[in-house]
Structure formats: structure tokens, C-alpha cells
Design a protein around this ligand. Structure first.
Ligand code: GDP
Ligand code: IMO
Ligand code: MG
Length: 428
């Protein structure tokens, strides 16, 4: 089972970091293929808690080669900060590889992210402000800076000047900000060259050779299906392909090499930032989920919007990604609820709709049709097998599985590395 993709099936923060860490000891490479330091993965190992943003979660596992592939946008300053923090905690980070073709997030991308959000006012996206959208926009506009450009001063200067040409007009004339000097950016990036050089590689070639040699490669998605720029709730999305297809374009490994797609899905739903969210709760139950699930962003600290499980979204994710196995996380957070609701379909302007509607306006109007399940009060955080879960918890999992378009192969019952119930081997 050599090439496995792991992606978020909702709006992010499903527990991808923990799931990647769980599989870490059995894989040789963990590849980040999309996004950048907008991601926030919390991994709890014993009494130690790690918050990763740009680095793949596999960096925490000795023996794993972590890879930042071509589909990622890299803020090099953030990269060095994160590496330093892990080094200070005694971790070996020397194996990290970065694609020469990955794009670079610079100061002007961060600035553009913030000023455009402010300009949008009430219509803002609620981005993480890390420069992700503007860096991907430059990539598509063919004025991006790639990691390899940092090692060629002439090319770098030309490209930065080209990229700033239009932006400075915008910054000064539209946004009333100061112009950014190309030399300032060039000098900053050149200053990173020496430390960066040994990490930079042809990662597409290395990953294909690793697969040829029978190694196991895990592709760890950032963000999630409903934040995907093509398949999510556009325009309230991130600027990359967070779905499984992104693993191919974002890494240089062809689609026919992937063997399995693992979808991470929470036992309820959360979302950070703006955009439609049919099952969102504004009452005490939403507050219950936020408090019990510690639903505050790993990257920005913002309280996450919380709501019930949405089965049409899980089915949509199963279809778009080709999910072979779900990991249902945070089941323990539902403990103590007398009744649990699951959205089984939507009422859209008086009509029952069973699937995620293609029309964005319809999705904004979608009112969930719920099925109610009885809750449980027993503490499940120590459960090690499915049979140990209370009957109502088992029934909830089985009902959700029947509605979600693929089997649930593992169930998260707590934040810790071992707090997971496995029903089917995720790599077997
Ligand atoms: P990611 O972005 O998908 O990697 O997820 P985050 O790390 O942003 O958010 C998931 C949070 O839930 C983290 O704080 C995890 O430690 C925590 N977590 C993961 N799985 C479980 C689980 O099964 N139960 C509980 N209670 N917490 C979990
Ligand atoms: P992980 O990997 C949850 C959201 C932002 C905003 C939108 C666009 O931890 O699941 P961006 O800065 O990417 O341009 O913001 O996407 N967003 C996330 N929400 N989890 C994430 O990552 C996210 N990364 C971006 O809140 O609504
Ligand atoms: Mg997160």
C-alpha cells in the first residue's frame, strides 16, 4: 500500500495532524502538497503538544522524511521559525526536503492579503492573513517567485521587480500604503539562501523513485474539501486544491500511483472564517461543542464556528476525493449530550435536496433536515476497541457511516496519540 493520500473532508481542523502522526511510524515519507502556514495541526504526544503550520506533521516521527512539495507556498521566515522551535525541543529536522518549484510567500503577499481583506469589509473571506491567496494568485499570473529563484540573484531581482511593478501602483494609489522596495525583498530572500540550500531538491523525482523502491509515502493535505478552490464553497475557500487531486499536481506523483484516500471527518462540524455552513449552531449546543472540543484555531486563535454532523457534505467529500476510508475524530466531544442531531438532507426553499447543491445561493439557503440520535454519558476516552464503546455511541457511528459514502475505519476518542479505535487497518 505505498501511496496514501490523507485529506480533510469538511472545513478543516478535523484532526489531520493527529491522523498523520498516528501513521507516521509506518511510513517513509510524509508530503505536504498544498497550502502553506495557513494550516494549523495540533499533535499531542504524551505530555508534549506540538503546533505545526508549514511543516508536514511527519516531522515529529523519527525516520520519516518530511517533504514540502511543489504545490505548497513557503514563507521562508516562518519555515525557519518552526524548524528552530522543533530544534529547541530536541527534534531531528535534518531530513526535511523542499521542492525547488514551490512558490515563496513574501512580505508583499502578506501585505496584499491584509489590505484586500480590509477593502472587502463585510464581504471579507476571513483569511488567516498569511499571504496565501496573493502568493497563489502570483503563481497563476506567472509572476510568482519560486524557491529555486532564491539561488540566482539576477533572476530573483528581475522577478521581484516584475511582481512589484503592478502591486506598488495598487498599494499606493488604491490602498494608500507605502510602496515596497524590490531591493528590500531581494536582500531578505538572499539572506535565506545558505540555510535553505541543503533542503532544496527535485522532490517529484525523489518521491517517484521512493515509490519505485516500494517505500510508503503519505500525502498530507492542508485545509479541506469544502475549502478547496474548485470544489469548496467558493469564494469562501482557500486558494489551493485541498482535495485528493491536489496530491498529484502538488507533488509530481501521477494519479494512477495512489492506492488509498483517507478522509478525516469530525463527529460534528466546524468552520473558521466566513461562508455558508448549514448546520451551524448559535445556541447552547454550539457552545457545548466549542467548549468541549476546544474549538479555537491553532493558527489564529479565532473561536471556530460549530454545528452538527452534515452527512451530505461527507458524501460529497467521499465522491470528490475517492475516499476509501474515513477517520471519524472527536467522538468523545459528543459525550454528555442527551440528543445528537445529524443532518441527512437539506430543505432548500421548500424542496428536499439530498446532495450538496451545485448552486452557491441554494447552499446559502439550505436548512438542515435532521435525524435525532440518543447520546451517551460514559467516558469513552480510554476505549481501545469498537466493542468497548457504549451502544448509543456505536449506533451513532454506524448510522453516520451508512450515510457518508465510505467505511469508517478509525474513531478518535481523545486528543492523545493513542486515543483512537481502529476498525480496519488504514495502511493494510
Ligand atoms: P488539523 O488541522 O486537521 O490537523 O486539526 P487541528 O489540529 O487544527 O484540530 C484538531 C484538534 O482536535 C487538535 O487540537 C487535536 O489535538 C484534537 N483532536 C484530534 N483528534 C481528536 C479526538 O479524537 N478527540 C479529541 N478530543 N480531540 C482530538
Ligand atoms: P487546517 O490545515 C481551517 C480558512 C480561513 C479562511 C479561508 C481562506 O488546519 O485544517 P487563507 O488564509 O487560506 O486564504 O484563508 O480558509 N482556512 C482554514 N480553516 N483550517 C485550516 O487549515 C485553514 N486554512 C485556511 O479561515 O476562511
Ligand atoms: Mg487545523
Amino acid at each position: 500500500m505505498p501511496a496514501v493520500v490523507l485529506i480533510g473532508a469538511q472545513w478543516g481542523d478535523e484532526g489531520k495532524g493527529k491522523a498523520t502522526d498516528l501513521l507516521g511510524s509506518r511510513v517513509d515519507y510524509v508530503v505536504k502538497f498544498n497550502g502553506g502556514n495557513n494550516a494549523g495541526h495540533t499533535v499531542v504526544i504524551g505530555n508534549e503538544k506540538y503546533a505545526l503550520h508549514l511543516l508536514p506533521s511527519g516531522i515529529l516521527t523519527p525516520g520519516v522524511t518530511p517533504v514540502i512539495a511543489n504545490g505548497v507556498v513557503v514563507d521562508v521566515e516562518v519555515l525557519f521559525h518552526e524548524l528552530n522551535a522543533l530544534l529547541a525541543r530536541g527534534l531531528d529536522v535534518s531530513k526535511l526536503l523542499i521542492s525547488a518549484n514551490a512558490h515563496v510567500i513574501t512580505q508583499y503577499h502578506r501585505t496584499m492579503d491584509k489590505v484586500t481583506e480590509r477593502f472587502l469589509g463585510r464581504r471579507n473571506i476571513g483569511t488567516t492573513g498569511r499571504g496565501i491567496g496573493p502568493a497563489y494568485a502570483d503563481k497563476i499570473n506567472r509572476v510568482g517567485i519560486r524557491i529555486q529563484d532564491i539561488f540566482d540573484e539576477n533572476i530573483l531581482r528581475q522577478k521581484v521587480e516584475g511582481a512589484l511593478d503592478q502591486k506598488n501602483h495598487l498599494l499606493v494609489k488604491v490602498y494608500n500604503r507605502r510602496a515596497i522596495a524590490a531591493s528590500e525583498i531581494v536582500n531578505e530572500l538572499l539572506g535565506y539562501a545558505e540555510r535553505l540550500r541543503p533542503m532544496v531538491a527535485d522532490t517529484g523525482l525523489i518521491l517517484n523513485q521512493a515509490l519505485d523502491a516500494g517505500k510508503t509515502v503519505l500525502f498530507e493535505g492542508g485545509q479541506a474539501t469544502m475549502l478547496d478552490v474548485d470544489h469548496g464553497t467558493y469564494p469562501f475557500v482557500t486558494s489551493s486544491n485541498a482535495t485528493s487531486g491536489g496530491a498529484a499536481t502538488g507533488s509530481g506523483v501521477a494519479p494512477n500511483r495512489f492506492d488509498r484516500v483517507i478522509g478525516i471527518v469530525k463527529a460534528y462540524t466546524t468552520r473558521v472564517g466566513s461562508g455558508p455552513f448549514p448546520t451551524e449552531l448559535f445556541d447552547e449546543w454550539g457552545e457545548f461543542l466549542r467548549a468541549n472540543g476546544f474549538e479555537f484555531g491553532t493558527t489564529t486563535g479565532r473561536p471556530r464556528r460549530c454545528g452538527w454532523y452534515d452527512a451530505p457534505i461527507a458524501r460529497y467529500s467521499a465522491r470528490v476525493n475517492g475516499i476509501t476510508d474515513f477517520v471519524l475524530t472527536k467522538l468523545d466531544v459528543l459525550t454528555g449530550l442527551e440528543k445528537i442531531q445529524v443532518c441527512v438532507a437539506y430543505d432548500i426553499d421548500g424542496v428536499r435536496v439530498d446532495e450538496v447543491p451545485v448552486n452557491q445561493t441554494d447552499f446559502h439557503h439550505a436548512v438542515p433536515i435532521y435525524q435525532e440520535f440518543p447520546g451517551w454519558t460514559e467516558d469513552i476516552t480510554g476505549a481501545t476497541s469498537f466493542d468497548e464503546l457504549p451502544k448509543n455511541a456505536r449506533d451513532y457511528v454506524l448510522a453516520v457511516e451508512a450515510m457518508s459514502g465510505s467505511r469508517i475505519s478509525a474513531i478518535g476518542v481523545g486528543p492523545g496519540r493513542d486515543a483512537i479505535v481502529v476498525r480496519h487497518d488504514l495502511l493494510g
